[in-house]
Design a protein around this ligand. Structure first.
Ligand code: CDV
Length: 309
């Protein structure tokens, strides 16, 4: 019997600084209702889904910073989402800023099974941007100021009949992200993103180029690891700052099978046959037969470029 997961990619339009968690959670519930109406098995929400993309703001007061973080999950704002999803028997994944009980801050996503239990947690490994105010940039991107790099690696989980993994936004640009999960047999990778429509350091890099890089990396990651990839945007204009949309679901051949059409709250749906990952994993990307790890040592021993003599 085919293992088909009907995925709902719950793209979210802009969230303004003044929007409360409760207001945002109501939008997420509305998207969940739409997913239920379309018989989805799993709903994927964006990175930092509960708030505006706050790392664009330079803050020096830790109380201000911490107001964007969640100390527990689920919490008062998100519990209705967990409860309704469990009632519908729909799995969830979404991102949020996590403040741990021992004072660590991560850009995190959770995977919630169809009973409403958190079965997986991922903390963003590749943090883009900078840690101090940078007057040279058209706008700030202070993820390195507010978050520590994730400390959980790239785990995968057996849940909902398949092998699922997560990453977050900038992680999608790094082939290592997919390969580490590919080496654990991942069949479906979910990720959320907040990608500014222009490059803060290169004024002629606009939304078309950004969408091209976005699709390029997701399609390559899916194909080269024979896995489904579901990428979901927070998009639109947040507090005057535009973010790309372009939420997509990519099959294990690297083809886009669903794509958003708006820059607003929108559900994209695709039936993802997890068995469609098998052919690639057993042939051209049969890692056990074809990988030559004796030549890959630099990948883990070296971070930056070492030029030849
Ligand atoms: N939230 C992100 O990680 N955004 C980055 C931007 C800064 C390029 C991204 O890779 O989309």
């Amino acid at each position: 019997m085919a293992r088909i997961l009907r995925i709902g990619g719950a793209q979210m339009g802009a969230i303004q600084k003044t929007d409360s968690r409760q207001v945002v959670a109501r939008r997420m519930l509305d998207l969940l209702d739409r997913a239920k109406a379309q018989n989805c098995d799993l709903v994927v929400y964006p990175e930092l889904a509960l708030t505006t993309f706050f790392p664009r703001w330079y803050m020096t007061d830790q109380v201000d910073v911490d107001s964007w973080f969640e100390r527990e999950m689920p919490n008062a704002a998100t519990r209705p989402l967990f409860e309704r999803a469990a009632r519908y028997a729909i799995g969830l994944t979404f991102g949020y800023a996590e403040l741990t009980s021992d004072g660590h801050r991560f850009n995190t996503s959770v995977l919630v099974d169809r009973d409403g239990r958190i079965v997986g947690k991922y903390r963003k490994v590749h943090l883009p941007g900078h840690s101090e105010y940078d007057p040279q940039r058209a706008f700030q991107h202070l993820e390195k100021r507010y978050f520590e790099p994730g400390d959980l690696g790239f785990p995968v989980w057996r849940t909902m009949g398949g092998i699922l993994g997560m990453c977050i936004c900038n992680d999608r640009r790094w082939p290592e992200t997919y390969r580490v999960m590919g080496l654990q047999g991942v069949e479906l990778i979910t990720l959320g993103y907040n990608t500014p429509s222009t490059n803060a350091q290169k004024s002629d890099e606009g939304p078309q180029t950004r969408l091209f890089h976005h699709r390029l990396t997701l399609q390559a990651g899916a194909y080269q690891n024979s896995t489904w990839v579901v990428a979901v945007a927070k998009c639109g204009i947040e507090d005057g700052h535009p973010l790309i949309a372009g939420s997509i679901i990519v099959n294990p051949d690297g083809e886009i099978v669903a794509e958003s059409q708006t820059e607003d709250d929108e559900l994209i749906v695709a039936d993802c046959d997890l068995d469609a990952t098998v052919f690639g994993k057993e042939t051209i990307f049969d890692f056990k037969r074809h990988r030559r790890v004796e030549h890959y040592e630099r990948i883990t021993s070296q971070t930056g470029v070492i030029l030849p003599e």
